[in-house]
Design a protein around this ligand. Structure first.
Ligand code: 13P
Ligand code: SF4
Length: 316
């Protein structure tokens, strides 16, 4: 259903009132639609959002992101109500790492430290020694003694990037992000010829040929900080298109161009259909009705909390 600008403003006002009334905090990922980010209390990358969830004194958390992010917030705050506007908001990385198959994989390699990217289910986290995000992955890998063997899951592209950056051997799970695998290297290089003074910046979930073409690789917040820290004026950005809104808002004088996707779509960029399942209306309804709520068994929460807490400890 199409929502008109005046209705957007009315809904945003309602959301702000409900938020105060219910002592709720809205945490939003950069890939969410602008109307949601405009009412969020905090916008950030996966690590910053996990840290905010750990530090909040609000009684209720509304997570405008995908399921594994809301689950992580619930694991950190087992006594709080954690709401997710659309419970179907999944992730191709989390979906591609099924617990029974993963258990078989780690059982076949018993002498390995298991590091999982935060983009996985709570059940996968219960089988992990350490969790990481794209912004702290290098630091987490470096914290593991050099004589230890490592399994890294579920993102093979981030894993491959980390092998190159840290020089550590790692056994990789065969998973990927459908949004970051959608970029076309040929189209990207052609676009760069059109804008030769542009700097290509990319998220490490992208394939290795895209990362090789990039001058900077980092998490979503890392990409924004990089634009702030450099004198360059034009950037070609290889990550989900939702972040362009934040980049343009923070740096109105810079030219920000989305990296082109292989398939032609309306924006010629790459969008995460899961992230976009959340809408302002769903956010309003979920705050009003206090559902859908993320629920997890206490046994899962207790086990999954250990590698997350280790990650937060190592990320101070
Ligand atoms: P970060 O925000 O941690 O860079 O993660 C990107 C992403 O794909 C989240 O699903
Ligand atoms: Fe998952 Fe990729 Fe969407 Fe992030 S952008 S939620 S990694 S599918």
């Amino acid at each position: 259903m199409k929502v008109f600008p005046s209705e957007v403003r009315e809904l945003q006002e309602e959301v702000s009132l409900l938020k105060k009334e219910k002592n709720a905090v809205i945490l939003a990922h950069y890939y969410q639609e602008p109307a949601i980010k405009q009412v969020a209390d905090f916008i950030g990358d996966s690590l910053e959002l996990a840290k905010k969830a750990a530090g909040t004194d609000a009684g209720m958390i509304v997570f405008a992101g995908v399921h594994f992010m809301a689950e992580t917030a619930k694991i950190i705050n087992p006594k709080k109500k954690v709401l997710l506007p659309d419970p179907q908001a999944g992730c191709s990385l989390a979906d591609g790492c099924e617990p029974k198959r993963f258990k078989r994989f780690i059982d076949q390699h018993p002498d390995h430290v298991v590091v999982t990217y935060i983009n996985c289910s709570a059940e996968i986290k219960t089988m992990s020694d350490l969790v990481c995000t794209s912004s702290n992955a290098e630091r987490i890998i470096h914290s593991i003694p050099r004589d230890k063997k490592i399994i890294f899951a579920p993102d093979k592209n981030l894993g491959d990037y980390l092998i190159k950056k840290t020089g550590r051997e790692m056994l990789l799970w065969d998973g990927s992000c459908m949004v970051h695998e959608a970029f076309s290297i040929d189209k990207l290089l052609n676009l760069h010829k059109e804008y030769p003074s542009a700097r290509i910046i990319a998220h490490p979930e992208s394939e290795s040929h895209i990362l090789r073409a990039a001058s900077y690789v980092g998490s979503t917040s890392g990409l924004i900080n990089h634009i702030a820290e450099t004198d360059w004026n034009t950037f070609i950005v290889a990550t989900e298109a939702g972040i362009l809104y934040d980049m343009q808002k923070h740096f109105p004088d810079k030219t920000i161009i989305p990296a082109p996707a292989k398939e032609n779509n309306s924006c010629a960029c790459s969008e995460c259909a899961y992230m976009k399942m959340n809408t302002l209306e769903k956010l309003y309804n979920c705050l009003k009705n206090e559902t859908p709520e993320v629920e997890l068994e206490m046994e899962i929460i207790e086990k999954a909390a250990l590698p997350i807490k280790r990650m937060l400890e190592l990320s101070k």
